[in-house]
Design a protein around this ligand. Structure first.
Ligand code: DX5
Ligand code: ZN
Length: 221
């Protein structure tokens, strides 16, 4: 399966997010990761559909939109209209997960399900077995802020998800998100990671460090 490095724009300069897009494009990236936070599901706020819509007009990148919201079902239409290409929702809040996934599909968008570090894979088995997902996001930090440390134990879940994918002949991509740096790429590749979200480690580096980072992922540009 193709390997992707998705810069997390949360780590960019929010007074000039277009520049963060440009850096990713000039570096040959195909995806950009956009973190949407409601201050309830996570103790932080980021930006909303209007920002995504404005960024959409500036870029052809694949918009990987990560909804860290208590009520994502209320917002999937708005983010789909804003130009998301993939919408990922968390399993932890209580809403109708399958109905919301269907809603995203009807909006003709790719769909992912996300689990926090302490959430067991068992909590998403029903979803995985009920509907074809495009992506499963394994949080490698507790969501809400960039710049945290990578939680290695999550890679055991990645290995299990890769095995389940083979068992049920599914094609979902496995994404890790949070604290990812160059030193984590090989252990993640070994575990079965396909998409690497990186904010701080990507945007704080210089051009040559970014190039080395993306080459270590093996993304074909
Ligand atoms: C955290 C977000 C992550 C974060 C990644 O809640 O979901 O996408 O922005 O940033 P780094 O790579 O700095 O941890
Ligand atoms: Zn994220």
């Amino acid at each position: 399966m193709e390997k992707i490095l998705a810069p997390s724009i949360l780590a960019g300069n929010h007074a000039n997010l277009k520049n963060a897009l440009n850096i990713a494009e000039q570096d040959g990236r195909k995806w950009i990761h956009l973190d949407i936070m409601d201050g309830h599901f996570v103790p932080n706020l980021s930006f909303g559909p209007q920002t995504v819509a404005d960024l959409r007009r500036e870029s052809e990148l694949f918009f990987d939109v990560h909804l860290m919201l208590d009520n994502p079902h209320l917002y999937v239409d708005a983010f789909a209209r804003a130009g998301a290409d993939l919408i990922t929702i968390h399993i932890e809040p209580s809403y109708d997960h399958l109905e919301t996934i269907h809603q995203i599909r009807l909006l003709d968008k790719k769909v992912g399900i996300a689990i926090n570090p302490s959430t067991p894979i068992d909590d998403i088995l029903d979803v995985i077995n009920s509907i074809e997902l495009d992506l499963v996001l394994c949080m490698t930090v507790n969501p809400g802020f960039g710049g945290q440390s990578f939680i290695h134990d999550v890679l055991q879940k990645v290995e299990k998800l890769a095995a389940i994918r083979d068992e049920i002949s599914s094609n979902y991509m496995i994404e890790v998100d949070g604290g990812v740096g160059p030193e984590h790429i090989q252990p993640c590749l070994n575990a079965g990671v396909d998409v690497f979200v990186a904010g701080t480690a990507y945007y704080k580096g210089n051009d040559s460090e970014r190039r080395a980072f993306s080459e270590s992922v093996g993304e074909k540009t």
